[in-house]
Structure formats: structure tokens, C-alpha cells
Design a protein around this ligand. Structure first.
Ligand code: S3P
Length: 165
């Protein structure tokens, strides 16, 4: 059993991932934390010191490694499915679930989040909303390749289990 949760920043992948892993008695891994541990650097440090392209290479490597783990729920970084052939790797390695959450909810969550996210650092509410709209337009083709989608922000685990079984 290997489940990948994909979706935009703030869509709730880690929160749902932890709940789902507990429910199914599986291990939970947050891909960003995995990358940070492997590289002994935080995500903002990697972006600042090495740039986004290097971060994407590290993300691809982490994904390849995690795709070999079994009995696991993986919360991926928001951009992970949208680079290289990562979404195909995930679709082949396990079940992919897209948390397709309304951009207004994403913006509110990101504004109140304590996690530092390099791509949206320093943006005003207005800039953030247009950034989310623009990036979702570009990312849609990748996210929509997921095996299943959730559109409700409060996920019912029993419903989700039916969807993926
Ligand atoms: C990113 C999302 C982040 C993190 C990095 C880039 C993105 O993960 O991987 O800051 O490109 O959307 P979360 O989705 O967990 O915030």
C-alpha cells in the first residue's frame, strides 16, 4: 500500500496524510521534511542557497526513494507532481489523491500559516490570490492526472476509503 497526497500549498496534505496513515495503520512521511533531513537544510535554505532548479532535482530524487517504501502515506510538496515525470512515477508506484481546494480557502490558510514558503514569501493578499490563480492554471494538467480527487476541505475518511478501494 502506497498513497501519495498531492495538491497546492495549504491544501491540507500533511493533516489528511497523518489522519489517513493512522486510520490505515501505515507510516506517514512528509516529503518536504524528508528532503530537509536528507540535505541537512530547510526548504527555504535550499531555495535561497541553491535555487529552485536544484530544489526540484532534490525533490525528484526524494520521490524516487520514497516510491520504493511500502505501507506508507506520503504528503508531497505542492509542486512535486508538476516537474519532470513525477506524476507518472507516483501514479505507477501507488494511489494518488488530489486535494483540489478552492483558491480562496488556500489563500486564507496560507496567510495564517506559520510555515515559511519561498514561492509566496512577502506577497500581499492580492498578490497571493493572483499567484495562486496563475499557478493553479499551470499546475492543473498535472494535478488532474491523479487517480482520485477530493474537493471538500473537511474530508470524511470513510468516504475517502470507498474512493480508493
Ligand atoms: C512548493 C510547495 C511546498 C514546498 C516548496 C515548493 C510548491 O510544499 O515543497 O516550498 O512548489 O508548491 P507544501 O505544498 O507542503 O507547502
Amino acid at each position: 500500500m502506497r498513497i501519495f497526497l498531492i495538491g497546492y500549498m495549504g491544501s491540507g496534505k500533511s493533516t489528511l496524510g497523518k489522519r489517513l496513515a493512522k486510520h490505515l495503520n501505515l507510516q506517514f512521511v512528509d516529503m518536504d521534511h524528508y528532503i530537509e533531513e536528507r540535505n541537512c537544510k530547510t526548504i527555504p535554505q535550499i531555495f535561497e542557497e541553491e535555487g529552485e532548479n536544484e530544489f526540484r532535482k532534490k525533490e525528484q530524487k526524494a520521490l524516487k526513494e520514497l516510491s520504493e517504501f511500502t505501507d506508507i502515506v506520503i504528503a508531497t510538496g505542492g509542486g512535486a507532481p508538476c516537474f519532470f515525470n513525477n506524476i507518472d512515477v507516483m501514479n505507477q508506484a501507488g494511489v494518488t489523491i488530489y486535494l483540489n481546494i478552492n483558491p480562496e480557502i488556500l489563500a486564507e490558510r496560507l496567510i495564517s500559516s506559520k510555515t515559511e514558503r519561498p514561492l509566496i514569501k512577502g506577497k500581499s493578499r492580492k498578490e497571493l490570490i493572483s499567484f495562486i490563480d496563475e499557478s493553479l492554471e499551470k499546475r492543473h494538467e498535472f494535478y488532474s492526472k491523479a487517480h482520485c480527487q477530493i474537493t471538500k476541505p473537511d474530508v470524511d475518511l470513510d468516504e475517502l476509503m470507498k474512493m480508493i478501494s
